[in-house]
Write a protein that binds this ligand. Structure first.
Ligand SMILES: NC(=O)C1=CN([C@@H]2O[C@H](COP(=O)(O)OP(=O)(O)OC[C@H]3O[C@@H](n4cnc5c(N)ncnc54)[C@H](O)[C@@H]3O)[C@@H](O)[C@H]2O)C=CC1
Ligand SMILES: O=C(CO)COP(=O)(O)O
Length: 339
């Protein structure tokens, strides 16, 4: 744990931004959470709760919320970005003029920008080329983190001072932070697993057995790795907490918004209505479209992505998709070997 007290800003006052801000505040640092709603900022500052996104959780009273981005990042030594992917570029652009040169900037966003299939560290780098960047990803459901239930995450950066600083900043009795260098692979894990969580939610809703769930998760990992290799990422990153770890939790927990979208679809509900009702971001819905297009363009075999896309966007029935998958040519179990 870090002995130095850092000045930290968290951008995005939704479930994850608030959960991370709370850990850093628990660890004794000076934390400013930036959000857009005056009402929610007042609620956090006065009652120390964020009832919309983390109902029933008492936040650390030292956590300060503000709607003023410049105030939030003033003298910040570390900034965490926790806005949805659709807002990452806009927020980064505004941030560019405000951030000091030696500030560490960590992306926690698990999504992809449509134009150019860019991951968030790429978007941030384009907008703030001088930023000392890192990416954080792992099995980190916001509600469980805020409840202080034990979990761990991965911080990836090319700069060991960045990974060590974040490890020291976040480590506590219920949170461990493992280091890595593969920014691109880690980010890809976080974005892709959301799509498979939708598949798993559908499967749960129709009441599949445990064998089926296991096959679904394992073949999801195979697809993710195949795609990663085609994109030049290291498939071994997918064996870690950011890969298997996050895939497992998101594909099995009803706390996952992507899983919940899938579950509702499996109950026969309409996608737009489900997303509207959720009221929080489920990145997998957008990622599915981008991933499907990339898989077609790069000719990567991704039957689960193709099947889910067929159900959601081409009006295919679940029975039809399952039947096509089950009668397809039988291929190899594991595509890669280290030998
Ligand atoms: N909730 C979770 O368990 C985890 C979420 N993440 C990722 O973190 C990112 C954020 O997700 P959540 O906090 O869960 O979403 P959320 O839906 O709970 O909250 C998103 C927040 O961002 C704000 N926002 C949207 N556009 C904005 C903009 N242009 N400027 C400023 N604020 C804006 C919204 O008002 C809302 O407060 C996503 O990419 C998600 O995949 C990562 C790990 C865990
Ligand atoms: O990424 C997450 C947990 O690690 C949260 O997943 P959802 O966005 O599906 O809730």
């Amino acid at each position: 744990m870090s002995e130095k007290s850092y000045r930290v800003a968290i951008l995005g006052g939704g479930s994850f931004g608030t959960a991370i801000a709370n850990i850093v505040a628990d660890n004794g640092h000076d934390v400013h959470l930036w959000l857009r709603s005056e009402e929610r900022a007042d609620e956090i500052n006065q009652r120390h709760v964020n009832e919309t996104y983390l109902p029933g959780i008492q936040l650390n009273p030292s956590l300060k919320a503000t709607t003023d981005l410049a105030e939030a990042v003033q003298s910040a030594e570390v900034v965490f970005m926790a806005v949805p992917s659709k807002s990452c570029r806009e927020v980064s652009r505004t941030l560019a003029g405000l951030l000091s040169k030696d500030c560490i900037l960590i992306s926690t966003t698990k999504g992809i920008e449509a134009d150019g299939f860019k991951l968030m560290s790429q978007v941030i780098h384009e907008e703030i080329p001088y930023a000392r960047l890192g990416v954080m990803s792992g099995p980190n459901l916001a509600k469980e983190l805020a409840e202080r239930q034990i979990t761990a995450t991965v911080i990836a950066s090319q700069d060991t001072n960045v990974t060590e600083t974040i490890q020291g900043l976040l480590q506590c009795s219920y949170f461990r932070v493992y280091a890595g260098e593969d920014i691109f692979g880690l980010e890809l894990c976080g974005a892709l697993k959301n799509v498979y969580a939708i598949c798993s939610g559908i499967a749960a809703a129709i009441g599949v057995g445990s064998n089926t769930q296991s096959v679904l998760i394992t073949r999801s990992l195979a697809e993710m790795c195949r795609f990663a290799v085609k994109k030049g990422a290291d498939p071994m990153t997918f064996m870690g907490l950011g890969g298997v770890g996050d895939l497992f939790v998101t594909c099995t927990s009803p706390l996952s918004r992507n899983y919940r979208v899938g579950y509702s679809l499996g109950q026969g509900k309409d996608l737009d209505a489900v997303v509207e009702e959720l009221g929080q971001v489920a990145e997998g819905v957008n990622t599915l479209k981008l991933l499907y297009a990339q898989a077609e363009e790069l000719d990567v075999h991704m039957p689960l992505v193709r099947g889910l896309y067929g159900i959601i966007y081409n009006g295919q029935s679940l029975d039809e998709v399952v039947s096509t998958m089950m009668s397809a040519d039988q291929t190899r179990d594991v595509d890669f070997s280290l030998r």
